[in-house]
Write a protein that binds this ligand. Structure first.
Ligand SMILES: C[S@@+](CC[C@H](N)C(=O)[O-])C[C@H]1O[C@@H](n2cnc3c(N)ncnc32)[C@H](O)[C@@H]1O
Length: 283
């Protein structure tokens, strides 16, 4: 007997548009099985007999919490501590020493994790700073971490990670030093948590509440956007970055053919980006 598909192509198309409109994330057309997997629990807990019923409801309602839940469920939050290792090596060995020298008079440093998911990325930076640059505790250090999803931000600000998450990218030494075991989870220490200013920011909206940054991490998020969105966000990043600042992208992302104001620089195995001299705002 032919099995009924849980999600129809039309419903999936509606969900793709919903997600793209609100986050710019373009869902792969062949990922209907993921939508089925992630939406089934939402449909059930909201009292719908099927995903079709849920989608029919969503189609006919103005934007609500249920729409947001569906969008958040369909957007990838994949992350880990010290993800890809090399960018953090570059921060430790080249980028932070360079900026410490350049900012030694004003003693101020601003860092932004622009799509921070459940917080492993900003906490990795905070731990790295505590380990190697404790001098920054006497500086005006601002680490802002943002995401459009309140769901991941709630987890991030709690700083609680399960057994699987705690094992990904974190050494035993850092785990023992900075985390406390709480039943089945590990919570990052208060001192590290309070170093991060978590904010809800949709990258598609205004960035006007943000300061100028010395380091921007816009990692593993551009990859989900279409080319006009990538270009628009790189332009905004260019404007938000100090002229001698650094931009980090994910390992599968680049500014090449998208924004010529950035030059690619390589530190050992890590690639990051700086503004070409001619794009410097303060020559
Ligand atoms: C794959 S995770 C990457 C997390 C982290 N930067 C890393 O590299 O491990 C992508 C994150 O981007 C967020 N995101 C997607 N679209 C966004 C948007 N328009 N504005 C802000 N955040 C967005 C998602 O919620 C998700 O947490």
């Amino acid at each position: 007997m032919k099995q009924t598909k849980i999600i129809t192509q039309l419903d999936f198309e509606y969900l793709r548009q919903l997600v793209q409109q609100h986050s710019a994330v373009v869902l792969d057309a062949d990922k209907t099985y993921l939508a089925e997997l992630y939406l089934q629990p939402i449909a059930e807990s909201a009292g719908f007999a099927s995903i079709t019923e849920l989608v029919t409801y969503l189609r006919h309602q103005p934007l609500s919490n249920l729409h947001i839940q569906a969008i958040e469920a369909l957007v990838t939050n994949e992350t880990s501590f010290f993800r890809d290792t090399y960018p953090f090596e570059a921060l430790k060995q080249f980028v932070l020493p360079d900026l410490l020298k350049k900012r030694r008079i004003e003693r101020s440093l601003n860092i932004w994790c622009a799509a921070c998911s459940s917080g492993q990325e900003p906490y990795s930076i905070a731990m790295l700073i505590r380990e190697y640059y404790p001098i920054l505790s006497n500086w005006s250090l601002q680490i802002i971490a943002s995401d459009f999803s309140n769901k991941v931000l709630a987890r991030a600000s709690q700083g609680c990670y399960n057994q699987l998450e705690i094992k990904r990218g974190l050494t035993k030494n850092l785990r023992e030093k900075y985390f406390q075991k709480q039943e089945n989870e590990w919570q990052i220490n208060h001192e590290v948590r309070q170093m991060i200013d978590f904010r809800q920011i949709n990258l598609l909206h205004t960035w006007s509440s943000l300061p100028q940054f010395d380091i921007i991490l816009l990692r593993n998020v551009l990859i989900y956007f279409d080319i006009p969105t990538k270009k628009a966000l790189l332009k905004k990043a260019q404007q938000q970055l100090n002229s001698d600042g650094y931009l980090f992208l994910g390992s599968g992302e680049t500014t090449l053919n998208l924004d010529e104001s950035f030059e690619r620089i390589q530190f050992n195995k890590s690639i990051c980006y700086r503004l070409h001299n001619r794009y410097n705002k303060y020559p």
